[in-house]
Write a protein that binds this ligand. Structure first.
Ligand SMILES: Nc1nc2c(ncn2[C@@H]2O[C@H](COP(=O)(O)OP(=O)(O)O)[C@@H](O)[C@H]2O)c(=O)[nH]1
Ligand SMILES: [Mg+2]
Length: 321
């Protein structure tokens, strides 16, 4: 197969909406295929149209249920939706939890929907490297909306989801899912707060806590113009989807009117370029690992001929090929 890769044809098929071609492209990203750069070059002219929405929050808060609910609502608006689910807490299934798979199965036969669990382990450069590339694939394949679901626990997941055009942060009533359960960094990146499981006791307490927190941070961040709305949902019963979509639309309109969309995309592209460059440097460094240059430099450090900073400078010079 590998030798037979016809990049132009594959890109054409993906743009024509063939799921197998989209799937193949995402695999090329995951496998870090030797011809990936050719593929990405071919995709790039067709990108820039998708609305990228990040969805994060503590485990069990209802992210996957909400993703499924939003999928249905967006489909009802005639939009094509791609989903990237990133769940590193599930090492045995490659990211897809059983419940997720069952939930998502209802969308499985819909050609306007594409769902992918991202395998991230073992990826040199990790999430920050592979996720933007995967978004690029779905964007070029003509998906109007790309939803990225991540667990808001690790720094790398937070870093990834904040690259979206709009970030939804989910909370739920209860000690494990409430405002205190979320890392400060996650609350800061929220554009829209969703209090899910509003069918449960304590939902109003969670809303109140959030309002207090927002009021506090607004005093600190004076001049910040976007007021993060709080939407209540019961994702398990498909309640609140319209309100979430409305909040997304309003945020989108604000992004466009304030020039924020362009600046977010600039940050996203910068992160992408940095991740690619860093990974390339790391892999060249790894190639050097057993190499002579590093050995000789190391010896000179041990012999106190060189200080380690100068040795590192030397090493970087040998990387510039
Ligand atoms: N009571 C209630 N349970 C919900 C709601 N939304 C999701 N759940 C349940 O919460 C559990 C975790 O949901 P899931 O979407 O897998 O959470 P995730 O880990 O954030 O993706 C599941 O058992 C869902 O059925 C809701 O609005 N109300
Ligand atoms: Mg989930």
């Amino acid at each position: 197969m590998t030798g037979q890769l016809d990049v132009g044809e594959l890109v054409d098929r993906a743009r024509a909406g063939q799921p197998r071609a989209v799937s193949r492209l995402l695999s090329l990203v995951e496998d870090d295929h030797p011809r990936l750069r050719e593929v990405v070059r071919a995709l790039t002219p067709y990108t820039g149209n998708a609305q990228v929405i990040g969805l994060t929050g503590p485990p069990g808060v209802g992210k996957s249920t909400s993703t499924s609910m939003l999928l249905a609502a967006l489909r009802a608006q005639g939009k094509r939706v791609g989903v990237l689910a990133i769940d590193p807490s599930s090492p045995f299934t490659g990211g897809a939890l059983l419940g997720d798979r069952i939930r998502m199965a209802e969308h499985a036969t819909d050609p306007g929907v594409f769902i992918r669990s991202l395998a991230t382990r073992g990826h040199l450069g990790g999430l920050s490297w592979s996720t933007p590339q995967s978004v690029r694939v779905l964007d070029a394949a003509g998906f109007d909306v790309v939803l990225i679901e991540t667990v808001g626990v690790g720094q790398s997941e937070v870093d990834i989801v904040r690259l979206a055009d709009t970030v939804l942060v989910l909370l739920a009533p209860g000690a494990g899912d409430g405002v205190q359960a979320v890392k400060a960094g996650v609350l800061e990146i929220a554009d829209v707060f969703v209090v899910n499981k509003a069918d449960r006791d304590g939902a109003e307490t969670t809303v109140r806590e959030l309002k207090n927190m927002i009021a506090l941070s607004r005093r600190e961040l004076r001049g910040r113009r976007w007021r993060q709305p709080i939407v209540r949902t019961v994702a398990a019963q498909n309640q609140g989807a319209e309100e979430v979509l409305q909040a997304l639309d309003e945020h989108r309109a604000w992004l466009e009117s304030e020039g924020e969309l362009a600046s977010r995309r600039q940050i996203r592209a910068r992160t992408e370029v940095e991740a690619i460059a860093l990974r390339e440097l790391r892999s060249r460094l790894a190639d050097l690992g057993g190499g002579e240059a590093l050995e000789m430099l190391t010896k000179r450090v041990v012999d106190r001929e060189l200080d380690p900073f100068t040795a590192a400078d030397e090493l970087i010079r040998t990387l510039r090929r």
